[in-house]
Design a protein around this ligand. Structure first.
Ligand code: UD1
Ligand code: CA
Length: 494
């Protein structure tokens, strides 16, 4: 469909309803799928038509909804609905924020998350090309119960109006074409018609749907645009529908990435949020969740079984069985398996954070490695440094957290404890088991593990009759038997 219409004067997003079927203290429109609230999905679609003004109508749990808008969509104008109920009243309240005397106003719902900008653009284009007073987006449903029905002239050509399910006759309830609740209006027609609608109906509400018949009576043309993708106009009224729409959104997101050159081995166990970007020839293995503002480069391998939230992974990196939050993983770096990257972790190019390692607020330079069983918190590590297995950065003294600095080309011995605040200079080393409490100068070796003392025959004397004592006796006997021919190797042991 051609899209060359002008930008609409406004989009009014209705978000005042109670959403009781959610059974939640959270307002319905703030429930999330695809890493975004339902309301922000609606706002994102509305932004896509670049309206001069974007208005949200609020009432139920107003404060929470307004705070959410202030944080995520500060350009949105808030309109408060009063205690007159109904979609017609909601739009009337919204229009108080709209300055335009002429032009097109779109109405959408804050709880319809799959509606996208191309659908709205096409609605505006068709509305304006036909010079219509009202264009309603409709869908053909197998089960239309609950929805407003599109009443057409006998030949089916003209739209006469919309009748709500509760007000419909038995014959009207047979109609399969339903009102999606998404419309394009001529703003002058809308204002005029809304000033004349009443609450004289089955629900005692001001129905926005009554505008269609009024616009027609006034001589305006009223049209319907039928969508062939009905899920785009489906609302989430309870948590079952929320999960269904979430799954469908995910399916569409995965398909978009696969068509753009990303391999997703098992779409049924992969969840990718709407805002995530992924480069070409990246492979996503089963059981992966890429969430929030996560950006993945090209030629990356992620998974299996990894969750990355607000995390950046550069080209060519590998991330296996990892849980990462607000982390950055450099080019060709390697992470995992069984690795926990907490906020502020930055791993340089070709660096490594290996198995059973937890990091937090740790900047680890290019080519540096924390390969095994470590905790690194509030630390800065230079380039090409190796942190020995089971090293712990003791960043917390029980009251305050302190920083640790480790230079470049450092070798931290296995099982070291770096007691912050402390720093280790470039090219320095620590012995295995060192507890580093004082700064180590560049190029120095720090050792403070107790020197080893051998107490011969301790096990047989102090643990007689145990399997350990028996094993020790057997080993000794074998050593004595082999004594003569093994002279050389014995010397080597000494
Ligand atoms: C409405 C339509 C119906 C359509 C259906 C599609 C009317 C009278 N009926 O039904 O033809 O098939 O949507 O889902 O318009 N809202 C407000 N203020 C209110 C009432 C509702 O802001 O006073 C908002 C809700 O938050 C929601 C949207 O409007 O986002 C639709 O409300 P809902 O009650 O779900 O729709 P219905 O009136 O049942
Ligand atoms: Ca509804």
């Amino acid at each position: 469909m051609c899209v060359n219409s002008t930008a609409p004067a406004a989009v009014i997003v209705l978000a005042a309803g109670a959403g009781t079927r959610m059974r939640s203290k959270l307002p319905k429109v703030l429930h999330e799928i695809g890493g975004r609230s339902l309301l922000m999905h609606a706002i994102t679609a509305a932004r896509g038509v670049e309206p001069a003004q974007l208005v949200a109508v609020v009432r139920h749990e107003r404060e929470q909804v307004v705070a959410h808008l202030a944080e995520h969509a500060p350009e949105v104008l808030v309109a408060d609905q009063d205690d007159i109920p109904g979609t017609g009243r909601a739009v009337q309240c919204g229009l108080e924020q709209v300055g335009a005397e002429a032009g097109t106003v779109l109405v959408t719902y804050g709880d319809v998350p799959l509606l996208d900008a191309p659908t709205l653009q096409s609605l505006v284009a068709q509305h304006e090309a036909a010079g219509s007073a009202v264009t309603v987006l409709t869908a053909l449903l197998e089960d239309a119960s609950g929805y407003g029905r599109i009443v057409r002239s006998e030949d089916g050509g003209e739209v006469l109006g919309i009748v709500e399910h509760k007000d419909a006759s038995a014959a009207q309830r047979e109609i399969r074409e339903v009102n999606s609740g998404i419309y394009a209006f001529d703003v002058a027609v809308l204002r005029s018609a809304l000033s004349r609608i009443t609450t004289d109906n089955a629900q005692g509400e001001m129905y926005l749907t009554d505008v269609l018949a009024l616009a027609r009576e006034d001589g305006g043309s009223v049209r319907a645009v039928v969508t062939d993708d009905a899920i785009l106009v489906e609302g989430a009224n309870d948590r079952v529908q929320l999960a269904q729409l979430g799954a469908e959104m995910n399916r569409r997101i995965l398909e978009r990435h696969m068509r753009a050159g990303v391999s997703i081995v098992d779409p049924s166990t992969t969840w990718i949020d709407a805002e995530v970007s992924i480069g070409q020839d990246t492979t996503v293995l089963p059981g992966v969740q890429l969430l929030g503002a996560t950006d993945i480069g090209a030629d990356v391998v992620i998974g299996p079984d990894s969750t990355l939230r607000h995390t950046v992974v550069a080209d060519g990196a590998e991330v296996v069985r990892t849980h990462a939050l607000h982390a950055e993983i450099g080019e060709q770096a390697s992470v995992g398996p069984f690795t926990y990257l907490r906020p502020g972790t930055v791993l340089g190019a070709k660096g490594k954070i290996g198995g059973f390692v937890e990091t937090k607020n740790a900047q680890i330079g290019e080519g540096s490695k924390v390969p095994h069983l470590s905790y690194v918190g509030d630390a800065e590590i230079g380039e090409h440094t190796n942190i020995g297995a089971a090293t712990i950065v003791a960043n917390y003294d029980g009251v305050n957290k302190h920083r640790t600095r480790v230079g470049s080309h450092v070798r931290v011995g296995s099982d070291s404890v770096l007691v912050a605040p402390v720093s280790i200079g470039d090219g320095a080393a620590t012995g295995a088991g060192a507890v580093v409490r004082e700064d180590v100068p560049a190029g120095a070796l720090a050792v403070n593990a107790v020197s080893q003392r051998i107490v011969e025959g301790w096990t047989e004397r102090r643990r007689p009759g145990t399997p350990a004592a028996a094993a020790a006796a057997a080993a000794q006997k074998q050593a004595e038997g082999a004594d003569a021919p093994a002279q050389e190797s014995k010397e080597r042991e000494n």
